[in-house]
Design a protein. Structure first.
Length: 171
């Protein structure tokens, strides 16, 4: 079961496709993060999804959202995949312990040994603002990302306004 919205995203550290350590807290900074769990590099559905995400990177850039993929593939496989497909996104290896981060996010399919297609949009404060998934073999549509980004922008603006009101003593 996917983690609920409006709750803190579990912190993690995984190696990226180049072998560098990458923690969720390092990814967030002053931007939102789209954590894109995907089953396996080089599979047809995943490849179609990543091509679509890559072609839509202006959508994410304009919203200040960093796209980060997570799969159970090794760093070497993810590096080869990113090079073959011309992907510039950060891809993280949830290789060992096998699927540990996917499990923490409720996105691991035990019977299949890999992650489901689950996406979490996390704001700069580390709160899950939007989450959605699609069944195995079915790609997540870019329109789902557009809607998620719109929701993220609205909740971020609301949270900022509320924090400003508290900070100034306004009710």
């Amino acid at each position: 079961m996917l983690l609920p919205e409006d709750t803190p995203a579990p912190e993690f550290e995984l190696a990226d496709q180049f072998g560098a350590a990458c923690a969720l807290s390092d990814l967030r900074g002053r931007r939102g993060v789209a954590l894109v769990f995907f089953p396996l590099a080089f599979s047809p559905t995943c490849t179609g999804e990543w091509r679509s995400l890559h072609e839509s990177r202006d959508l994410f850039d304009a919203a200040g959202v960093r796209v980060v993929g997570i799969s159970v593939d090794s760093t070497a496989s993810l590096r080869a995949y990113a090079e073959r497909e011309g992907l510039d996104a950060t891809l993280l290896a949830d290789f060992w312990p096998h699927g540990a981060v996917a499990r923490r996010y409720g996105a691991f399919l035990e019977q299949r040994g890999f992650a489901t297609r689950a996406t979490y949009l996390i704001d700069a404060a580390g709160i899950i603002r939007v989450r959605f998934a699609s069944p195995p073999g079915e790609a997540r549509p870019i329109d789902a990302y557009r809607a998620a980004i719109a929701t993220l922008a609205t909740t971020t603006a609301t949270a900022t306004t509320a924090a400003d009101a508290v900070g100034t003593g306004r009710d």
